[in-house]
Design a protein around this ligand. Structure first.
Ligand code: PLP
Length: 368
């Protein structure tokens, strides 16, 4: 028996899916370009070393890795429920928020249903919608902002999911509480609004909506947050969704029974308790943000003010070329082209010395 004509056996949806292009791992760039030092400012990861509290929690858990994890993530769920003042049946965990995006799509989206997204957007929304054979309805960004009135307008009786990202990736911008309120009160009843707040912890703008309050009032919203960014656990893959208990009950039936591993659960619980690490993270981000703004301004480079841990900056040259040239020097950033902003790059805010190294190389490579 040999595999023959396997392409005739696959679902049509497979053809719609473009492979995800992740930021290149440091080890690969080192060996490819023969570099000793590589700085990765491409995936909005936390630049600090692991929190010592998290490290201890992980070490303690190592003895138990022969045992399956708690499928319900009870320890962590209890902590979060208390933090937010909500019932435990309003929370579900996933293998990253990416894992939950898949569970959400599998739970609600049928072929030919509509899924409304901003464009450009975080590519995972497009992936999960295509996976289910949905019709994507794209609403263009208004420069660097999500156009909530147009998104509201685009939602029809065929729409299942409407994706919002606050702050937006890659733009780094917010939509306001007023804009959100209007959307929530105008979208048809058949629409579930997914609000992805992966960068929630970095936001300092007072106009930011309190999504949790809407969920408590019973609005059909799925709020996504993650331990991958400000909590520094991207490599462990853990995120969560908060929603009405009826929505969570559906998602729970569709998730894998052990979708969050033991180490991730314990690490996330420790990370929630480590307020110092979070403070330090926000402090270093603020400092890096100010530095980069200042350096961009000195060079006459336009940037998009960010509510996040990354900045989009207009480089006035082919972003792919700059991306490749920077990589040869050991600096990995994200070119804007595949993200929908061909003249920009997206750079994650790193440690001071990383930001400085980035600027140093930008100077060598951009002729402004
Ligand atoms: C980084 C990011 C996530 C986080 O994904 P995880 O799977 O939890 O690591 C989710 N949404 C957006 C918009 C992101 O940028």
């Amino acid at each position: 028996m040999i595999v023959k004509n396997v392409n005739n056996l696959k679902r049509d949806e497979v053809d719609k899916i473009k492979p995800y292009i992740p930021g290149k791992p440091i080890s690969e760039v080192k060996s490819e370009y023969g570099l000793d030092k590589v700085v990765k400012l491409a995936s909005n990861e936390n630049p600090l070393d692991i929190s010592t509290k998290v490290e201890e929690a992980i070490k303690k858990e190592l003895n138990s890795i022969g045992l399956y994890p708690d499928g319900g993530c009870r320890l962590l769920k209890g902590k979060l429920a208390e933090k937010y003042g909500i019932d435990e049946d309003m929370i579900i965990f996933g293998n990253g928020s990416d894992g939950l995006l898949k569970v959400i799509a599998e739970s609600f989206v049928k072929a030919e249903d509509e899924v409304v997204i901003s464009y450009p957007t975080f590519v995972e929304y497009i992936f999960v919608a295509n996976m289910m054979g949905a019709n994507l309805v794209r609403v263009m960004m208004d420069d660097y902002h999500q156009n909530l009135p147009a998104l509201t307008e685009a939602a029809s009786e065929k729409t299942k999911l409407l994706f919002l990202t606050n702050p937006h990736n890659p733009a780094g911008t917010l939509f306001t509480a007023d804009e959100f309120d209007e959307l929530m009160n105008k979208v048809p009843d058949n629409v579930i609004v997914v609000v992805d707040e992966a960068y929630f912890e970095y936001v300092d703008d007072k106009a930011y909506p309190d999504t949790l309050e809407y969920i408590k009032k019973g609005y059909p919203i799925i709020l996504l947050r993650t331990f991958s960014k400000a909590y520094g656990l991207a490599g462990l893959r853990i995120g969560y969704a908060v929603a009405d208990p009826d929505i969570i009950a559906i998602l729970k039936r569709m998730r894998d029974p052990f979708n969050v591993n033991r180490i991730a659960q314990k690490a996330a619980a420790a990370a929630l308790d480590d307020k110092e690490f979070l403070e330090k993270t926000l402090e270093i981000n603020e400092k890096g943000k100010k530095y980069l703004y200042q350096e961009f301004e000195k060079r006459g480079l336009d940037y998009v003010p960010t509510q996040s841990n990354f900045i989009m900056v207009k480089v006035n040259m082919d972003s792919m070329k700059l991306f490749k040239d920077l990589m040869k020097e050991g600096i990995i950033i994200r070119p804007g082209k595949p993200l929908g902003y061909p003249e920009h790059i997206r750079v994650s805010i790193g440690l001071p010395e990383e930001n400085e190294l980035f600027i140093e190389h930008v100077d060598k490579l951009i002729q402004s």
